[in-house]
Ligand binder design. Structure first.
Ligand code: S3P
Length: 458
């Protein structure tokens, strides 16, 4: 949970703790909406600002629990943070500018990105710093980060543990490393890039394609970096130990949050939606390319480039017919957080859809591949599941007959939102527990559904 002092300044986090009930579909809508800001960019801005020299300001920083947890961690490391409703100021002291006291405990809450990206900033810590998180984060794999950080020269306690809670101690003798990132994980790539800032000399990374926000931050901040791209991999060289100046950022909308409303529109009849100013960076918009292959009508308007990120208004319309897809694995990384909601579209397709090489889905806030399949089965949709793939037998006239009760999903915000959208677009009776899990990434989710799109949710 985030620091109370920080979260106390905010009112947008939802407070409902009882399950929500959905019994009616939304009829149709034609609307223009905004969604909450990009979580990946928000967390990165907070972390980079903490390493810059001087005051950095962000406008429209995402006010969700994951970002609040990031701010709370930095405060524990002696960084001054001033948070108002639409503006956040962070006063960085440069690289290695943290104030290390004894017994620091950092709580990353539910956030894999925060947990994995804050550790490399501690590479020079003279004391042990403890990192912990919630139940879901404590089950996730940290060995993927521990191993490169040990190569840089950090120590972890207890040794050979793969999960948090654990302690990290840095060293005065950090050395640059050579690192192969083979999972298509932007968190692993970014953790090594952030570690490299603290190492003298050149860190070399060969990374399978994944979201490139960290690279964009490096370029904007003039942190020395070279990137060579080939088909599958990027070769990245980071030149360490160079301070960079403070910077401002207007955070765009989140495509992962937009995804729920895009799919809602596609599945409803006679509906149109415009979602304003969304980050549609090509390393993030896999969902759009997948849905277009499934016949969806989605267009980008008012396209602009801001700090290396592509920003656009997304226009989407209902789909009369949904085509099944044999999803190309080259799109997996760019759609990694959206597969659950894409599975719903596949459930209404005219034929069998196939998604493969998606084992990383079981490494997320919950085991999303397994759980996603179970939810489809509960809805009456046949699936064929392996460790790394799923076949979904779509039914264009799908009618959900049994009541769907959704609980014990480790508070995974995207499982909760997927089920809410299923109830509002496909129908059936739904009882969905832990709606407050949405606070992780998208606190305005229910407000937009009820006040803008006419959802009946009790
Ligand atoms: C993220 C990267 C992805 C994604 C996560 C956010 C990031 O994780 O699932 O929600 O901001 O870098 P992986 O890098 O582990 O695939």
């Amino acid at each position: 949970m985030p620091d109370r002092h920080i979260s106390g300044t905010l009112s947008n986090l939802i407070k409902i703790v009882k399950p929500i009930i959905i019994e009616n579909k939304i009829k149709s809508f034609s609307k223009v909406i905004n969604v909450d800001s990009d979580k990946s960019i928000s967390i990165r801005w907070v972390l980079f600002a903490s390493q810059a020299v001087g005051k950095s300001t962000a406008y429209n920083l995402l006010m969700s629990e994951d970002v609040l947890s990031a701010l709370a961690c930095l405060k524990k490391l002696g960084i001054k943070v001033i948070l108002n409703k639409n503006k956040c100021e962070i006063y960085g002291n440069g690289i290695n500018g943290f104030n290390y006291k004894k017994n620091i405990i950092l709580n990353a809450g539910n956030s894999g990105t925060l947990g994995r990206l804050i550790l490399p900033l501690l590479l020079k810590s003279p004391v042990k710093v403890k990192l912990l998180g919630d139940k879901s984060l404590s089950k996730r794999d940290f060995s993927r980060i521990i191993s490169p950080l040990e190569q840089f020269g950090a120590e972890f306690f207890p040794k050979n543990k793969k999960n948090i809670p654990l302690q990290i101690k840095g060293s005065n003798f950090i050395r640059p490393i050579n690192y192969l990132e083979n999972k298509g994980s932007a968190q692993c790539k970014s953790a090594v890039m952030l570690g490299a800032i603290h190492a003298p000399g050149i860190t070399k990374i060969k990374a399978k394609k994944s979201r490139n926000h960290t690279e964009n931050f490096f370029k904007n901040l003039n942190i020395p970096i070279k990137i060579k791209k080939n088909n599958k991999y990027d070769l990245i060289e980071v030149y360490g130990e160079k301070n960079f100046k403070s910077f401002n950022y207007k955070i765009p909308g989140d495509i992962s949050s937009s995804a729920f409303f895009i799919v809602l529109t596609i599945l409803l009849k006679n509906s149109n939606l415009i979602i304003k100013k969304i980050n549609v960076n090509p390393t993030r918009d896999g969902i759009i390319r997948i849905l277009r292959k499934m016949g969806a009508k989605i267009f980008y308007k008012n396209v602009q480039i801001y700090k290396g990120e592509k920003i656009a208004d997304i226009h989407v319309k209902s789909s009369k017919v949904i085509k099944p897809i044999n999803c190309p694995p080259s799109l997996n990384s760019a759609a990694i957080d959206e597969f659950l909601i894409i599975f719903l579209v596949a459930a209404k397709a005219k034929g069998v859809s196939y998604f493969k090489n998606i084992e990383e889905l079981n490494e997320k806030e919950s085991k999303r591949l397994n759980l996603g399949s179970k939810i489809l089965n509960l809805m009456g949709v046949k699936t064929q599941l392996t460790k790394s793939s799923i076949k979904i037998y779509g039914q264009p006239n799908l009618q959900i007959k049994k009541k769907c009760v959704i609980k014990n999903f480790l508070g995974d915000h995207r499982i909760m939102a997927m089920c809410t959208i299923a109830g509002l677009s496909i129908g059936g009776k739904w009882e969905i527990h832990n709606p407050e899990s949405i606070n992780t990434s998208f606190p305005s989710f229910f407000k937009i559904l009820k006040n803008k799109l006419g959802a009946e949710i009790n």
